[in-house]
Design a protein around this ligand. Structure first.
Ligand SMILES: C[C@](O)(CO)[C@H](O)COP(=O)(O)OP(=O)(O)OC[C@H]1O[C@@H](n2ccc(N)nc2=O)[C@H](O)[C@@H]1O
Ligand SMILES: Nc1ncnc2c1ncn2[C@@H]1O[C@H](COP(=O)(O)OP(=O)(O)OP(=O)(O)O)[C@@H](O)[C@H]1O
Length: 309
């Protein structure tokens, strides 16, 4: 007599969650001939999430819901659709999928929401299509889609070099608590880099050991020291393009934040608290001061894109 046959049903839908990021430090070198800037950055993934459900379908298509969905393109420029095409090309599959995106990360906020969608789409479609790529192979595809996409895949805390896409995990103790001030109108990442070029020109090199204090604070789980070490070369250019950010930063400091920094290319302002309660109080004060559209709290580090259903 033969034993029972195990029948594994092919998955018809996969749900993936991918996190937002904040740059704890961001050092920008002079623009290169391909238009990109060499970076040394320390990323932290935080608990604001994009959700992507990939449902079996004949063709590739997309829906987007949630805050700011109206600003997200639905055509072939959407990063999740670009991710799907890149994965299909890499693996030679002709299968389709409906990608249902629910936004939880502010659009054009400097927190890499679109990159999180791309990373989530890669992980969801890898599972749905059974492509069986390794995490390293997915990271190679991710790097072709945008500088922030590999980190959305990897998560946690990492040092990014190259365009920000070459990642080395960082040692971190404990959890850090953030309040994020959101601005009604986003900033365009290329515009902020362009303005950086106007201000700084080509005469500036990257200082490779600039983050010793920051890395020590992360290893020690020392929030007050981390607060002092936050830095961002794009903060000045972002404030020039959105001068109201200076007031937001001032309000976060007045609210007792351990450190305040514009996240990536902005305009989201990240304020570090001593605890979750403290981050909530900072968020409430920033909102009451009328210096932001709204404020949300999140903690980090958290893992990168992963299947949740
Ligand atoms: C500001 C950061 O969020 C910091 O993590 C990233 O550098 C931006 O990452 P991203 O939005 O994924 O960037 P991409 O989609 O690859 O590039 C958008 C545009 O940003 C500029 N860009 C981006 C990354 C980089 N290292 N140098 C650049 O100059 C380029 O003008 C590029 O055309
Ligand atoms: N899936 C997507 N979600 C959001 N924006 C997208 C997406 N695909 C393409 N985009 C385009 O990318 C632009 C930047 O969106 P995103 O929300 O990723 O900004 P960001 O957080 O400032 O990015 P980053 O921090 O990586 O520079 C949007 O204005 C939009 O035109």
């Amino acid at each position: 007599m033969t034993g029972p046959t195990l029948v594994t049903a092919a998955r018809t839908a996969v749900k993936v969650r991918a996190p937002a990021k904040v740059n704890l430090s961001l050092h920008v070198g002079p623009r290169e001939d391909d238009g990109y800037h060499p970076l040394i950055t320390v990323f932290q993934a935080v608990s604001l999430y994009e959700e992507v459900v990939a449902v079996e379908a004949d063709d590739l298509s997309l829906t987007v819901t949630g805050p700011g969905a109206e600003y997200v393109p639905l055509d072939g420029t959407n990063l999740a659709l670009r991710a799907a095409r890149a994965l299909a090309d890499r693996t030679g599959t002709d299968r389709g999928a409906l990608l249902e995106i629910t936004k939880g990360v502010p659009v054009a906020g400097g927190m890499a929401g679109g990159s999180a969608d791309a990373a989530a789409a890669l992980v969801a479609l890898d599972a749905l299509w059974g492509t069986g790529l390794t995490r390293e192979e997915l990271a190679e595809v991710a790097a072709t889609l945008g500088a922030d996409v590999p980190f959305a895949l990897q998560g946690h805390t990492a040092v990014g070099t190259g365009r920000g896409d070459v990642l080395t995990p960082a040692m971190v103790r404990g959890t850090f608590h953030w309040a994020f001030a959101l601005r009604a109108e986003g900033l365009s990442t290329p515009d902020v880099f362009r303005h950086f070029d106007e201000i700084v020109g080509r005469g500036r090199d990257l200082a490779p050991d600039a983050d010793t204090a920051l890395m020590a604070a992360l290893r020690a789980g020392d929030a007050p020291r981390l607060g002092l070490a936050l830095s961002n070369d794009l903060q000045g250019p972002a404030i020039d393009l959105a001068p109201d950010l200076a007031e937001t930063i001032g309000a976060a400091a007045n609210a007792g934040a351990l450190g305040v920094v514009v996240s990536g290319s902005g305009p989201t302002v990240a304020a570090l608290g001593r605890s979750h309660q403290h981050a909530l109080a900072i968020a409430a004060e920033m909102t009451l001061a009328g210096v932001c559209e709204s404020a949300v709290c999140a903690s980090g580090p958290v893992p990168g894109a992963r299947v949740i259903l």
